[in-house]
Every structure is written in C-alpha cells, then in structure tokens.
Design a protein around this ligand. Structure first.
Ligand SMILES: Cc1cc2nc3c(=O)[nH]c(=O)nc-3n(C[C@H](O)[C@H](O)[C@H](O)COP(=O)(O)OP(=O)(O)OC[C@H]3O[C@@H](n4cnc5c(N)ncnc54)[C@H](O)[C@@H]3O)c2cc1C
Length: 453
C-alpha cells in the first residue's frame, strides 16, 4: 500500500488529460492511499476496511479511461487491480477463458492465442487497458460489430460488492434465471462493485483476415454504400470510415482529402472471398477507388500505437500532454439512428464552426450508426477560454445527438466528463439507476460522483 508522498503522481488522473475540454481540474487529486490487492479476498478485505473508515473506493485498471471514471478524490482509496493478472483457465473446447480483472487485454489475447483462440475485444488501447476496466466501461474494439462489445463477450463474472460480499455469476452462454446479474457490472464504471475476474468468450483464430482501403468521392455516398453492405448481411471484421478536415495551426498536419474507408473480413478463405466480392461490387457502385494494399496493412499494423502516447515521459506527465500542450483536442462518440447520421454531420460541423472550433475528423466506426467527431482549437494564449469554447460546442453537439434520438456516448462511458448530461440522456432512468446504486451501496462508497451517481 502507498500513502502520502509515496503515491506515484500518475494516480491523479486517468486519460482525461489537460488537453481535453473538461472543466475538471487539470492536476487532478492525489488519493489518500493506493492499495494493490493480489486476490479477491484482499479486494473484499480492502473494501470492508474502506467502509469502516468511510472512505470512497475507486477501482483502477490501466488508467486509460477517457472520461475521468478512475479519477480519485483526495479522501479516496484507489484499488489498483493490476496485481491480479492471472489467467485462471483456458477451455479450448468451450472456447472460453477465465482471467483476473487486472490482466492487460493484450496479455489475455496472447494467452488465448496459445490455445488457437483470440480475445474478441480489440480496442486501440489493448496494450494498456485491463479486462476489468474494459468490462466496467463496456468498451468497443475494432471487431465490435462482428464480435460484440466487451460486455457482450462476458459469459460469467466475479465481483466484490460494497459490503465486501463476493458475488459469482455463472459462466454460461445463456440463462433465464431472473436478473442477469453480471450485467450490473458492465458499463457501470466500478460504481456497483469491483470486478475481480471474468470468463470471456474466445474466438477461434480465423484462417484468413483480409483488409483493404478505398477512397470514396463523398462522405454521403460512402455511408450509403456501407449501409447497403450491412443490409446485405455482411459482417465486417473492421470498418473505419473517416473524412479529415484541415486545421490551421494544429499540432500535426491534416490534409483535406477524399473520405477513406478501411474495411476487412475474416473467416474461412471462401467466406472472406465471397464477402469481398459483394463489398467490392457495392463500393464500385459508389465510385470508390482502391488504395494500395500497403495503406491498409499499415493501418492495421499500427492500430494500437496511439496508446503509447499515454505512457509517462516524466512523473505524472504523458507524451500526449506534451504533444497537445498548445491545443484543446477533444472528441465525441455518439450512436444515432442511421437515418439521422448525415443530418447530425451537417448540424455538428455548423455548431463547431459557430464556436470557433475546428472539426478535424468525422467518421463512422464498426457500423454506420456509430459516429465519431474529432475537434481542435489552438489555445493562443487564453487556455480557459479555449477550453470553455470547445466544452460548450461539445455540449451542444451532444444535445443535438440526443434530440435526434441518439445516445451521447457509445464507447468510453460517462465518468465525470458527461455527468451533467445524464439526466437528459436517461430521463426517469437516472432515478432508477440511483435507486439500484442505493440498494447495493447504501453508503455511496464505490466510485462516488461518477456516472451521475
Ligand atoms: C488512446 C486511447 C484509445 C482508446 N481506444 C479505445 C477503444 O478503441 N475502445 C474502447 O472501448 N476504449 C478505448 N479507450 C478508452 C479506454 O482504453 C477504455 O475505456 C478501457 O476499457 C479502460 O480500461 P482501463 O483498464 O484502462 O480502465 P481504467 O481507466 O483504469 O478505468 C475505467 C473505469 O473502470 C473502472 N474500473 C477499472 N477496473 C475495474 C474493475 N476491476 N472493477 C470495476 N470497475 C473497474 C474505473 O473505476 C473507471 O471508472 C481508449 C483510450 C485511449 C487513451
């Protein structure tokens, strides 16, 4: 256990860094203590002690969460789960693996591959994020359409409740025995319990994975072609369709060019070949032009590199903090009815420009309804003003998504960053959520303040 000056500064904040538009403190707060449990029994004991001391408990995985979900307050006890990283069992015949929550996703994937399976959850942050963190945020990875979100892949789970009770939900593909208890811990950011282990579905390593890149003449034509493909029953392994916009004074050069889609299929050779025949026919109809294969290979090979920018280059300072020091850089990830994506695009770009914020990228990821919008605003002296402008623009964009029948966030959770919009998002559901929280954690000890709880 670390207390006082021995607590490393990295525990002040997760990946909700100073370059983002959040009004939360740029320095974060050092917790009162950091505990590194080695077993479920130790997690249970730590939670009981925290209860007696009336201290908040914040679960910490890889610290890669983008919404401040793992940010501690100065009175809290952080439980860093990374000491719990054993693979308990791999069952090749059932295509499952059971591991402790603190295992890094890439290490779990590696262990499963030794048995001819892979982990279906493959986020950009795979080399640093943990199984428990991915479950607690219900993350989505590159192959999320084909293999589901992290939560979809959880068959069974073990969690410690606020009173120290250890709850075990059976690892079965389906059960109709009342409330699906494991779902209580999926996407709830450590507010209802601490996940200590989980059994996940494995996927046999496919015979073939084939990726290609294409330029499309316009975003609208590309989107329509992709929608047709999904309607025809194609299930891509990867789909990343993005257009970029020039940002004057940005920290890296972005060239306005035609929208690009990276598309991939996996499975037996014959299935991949047939999928590509249908996909190519549809893309040709939309005026797509194939890019050299090395572009798709490079995209796939480097897909996790960005997470290394979150590594510390000095105590409490990441490479991204230095790289983005003169700019506010932020993003939204909204889910929309497919029919409203283009309307959202028009409105969101207009809103950003109205606030003097530059859109840098707009796209859909894994499926046509899941939209990402990236933006920047050079600071040019007045940091607080730049952040306030980007923050106000984001809020208006998110409200717009909600008004169009969408959800303000489909991948990174709420943390502290989106708390103020939770009432609008859930309506009466927020009160139901709070009642569940009071029932399971009457003292409000588990990660208070997150998710609007
Ligand atoms: C560059 C970059 C790219 C990213 N790309 C993706 C992406 O492609 N897809 C995606 O889904 N996410 C992505 N993320 C976000 C982040 O990696 C995910 O949210 C990830 O699932 C968080 O895992 P973690 O172990 O780092 O959790 P942390 O950041 O440590 O915690 C996240 C939340 O989960 C809670 N928590 C952690 N462990 C437990 C536990 N054992 N039990 C209960 N609660 C727990 C924490 O209290 C916190 O609320 C990205 C982040 C970065 C910085």
């Amino acid at each position: 256990m670390w207390t006082g000056d021995r607590i490393p500064p990295r525990y002040r904040m997760d990946a909700l860094r100073p370059s983002r538009a959040s009004p939360s403190s740029e320095r974060g707060e050092l917790p009162a203590a950091v505990v590194l449990p080695k077993s479920t029994a130790e997690v249970s004991a730590a939670v009981r002690v925290a209860g007696r001391l009336r201290r908040p408990v914040v679960a910490w995985g890889g610290g890669t969460g983008l919404m401040g979900g793992a940010r501690p307050t100065s009175d809290s006890i952080v439980l860093d789960l990374r000491g719990m990283r054993r693979v308990r069992t791999v069952d090749r015949a059932s295509c499952t693996a059971t591991a402790e929550a603190g295992i890094v996703l890439e290490d779990l994937d590696r262990a499963m591959r030794r048995h001819g399976m892979l982990l279906g959850h493959d986020p950009w942050s795979r080399p640093r994020a943990t199984l428990g963190g991915a479950i607690a945020t219900n993350g989505l990875g590159y192959s999320g359409y084909l293999r589901g979100s992290m939560g979809d892949q959880v068959l069974g789970l073990e969690a410690v409740l606020a009173d120290g009770t250890v709850l075990r939900a059976r690892a079965v593909p389906r059960s109709t025995t009342g409330l699906d208890l494991k779902r209580l811990f999926v996407g709830t950011e450590g507010t209802l319990g601490i996940v200590t282990a989980a059994t996940v579905r494995g996927f046999p390593v496919p015979e073939r994975e084939e990726l290609h890149a294409f330029h499309l003449p316009t975003f609208a034509r590309g989107l329509a072609a992709l929608c047709r493909m999904y309607d025809e029953g194609l299930a891509p392994l990867v789909m990343d369709f993005q257009e970029e916009f020039e940002v004057p004074g940005g920290p890296w050069p972005i060239e306005r060019g035609p929208p690009t889609v990276y598309l991939g299929f996996s499975g037996p050779r014959e299935v991949v070949a047939a999928s590509w025949r249908v996909a190519r026919r549809t893309l040709r109809g939309a005026g797509a032009r194939a890019r050299p294969d090395r572009e798709a290979r490079e995209f796939w090979r480097t897909r996790h590199d960005i997470i290394y920018r979150m590594d510390e280059v000095a105590p409490g300072v990441t490479g991204a903090d230095l790289f983005l020091k003169d700019v506010v850089f932020d993003y939204v990830h909204v889910a929309l009815p497919r029919s409203r994506v283009l309307e959202f695009r028009r409105g969101a770009l207009r809103i950003l420009r109205g606030y003097g914020v530059f859109p840098s990228g707009f796209g859909v990821w894994t499926q046509p309804e899941l939209v990402a919008l990236e933006m920047m605003r050079p600071i040019r002296g007045d940091r607080a003003r730049a952040k306030a402008e980007v923050g106000a623009a984001i809020d208006e964009v998110l409200r717009r998504a909600q008004d169009l029948g969408g959800s303000m966030e489909y991948v990174h959770g709420v943390g502290v960053k989106l708390v103020h919009l939770m009432g609008r998002e859930l309506g009466a559901g927020l009160d139901v959520f709070r009642r569940v929280k009071r029932g399971l954690d009457p003292g409000g000890r588990l990660n208070p303040g997150k998710l609007g709880l």
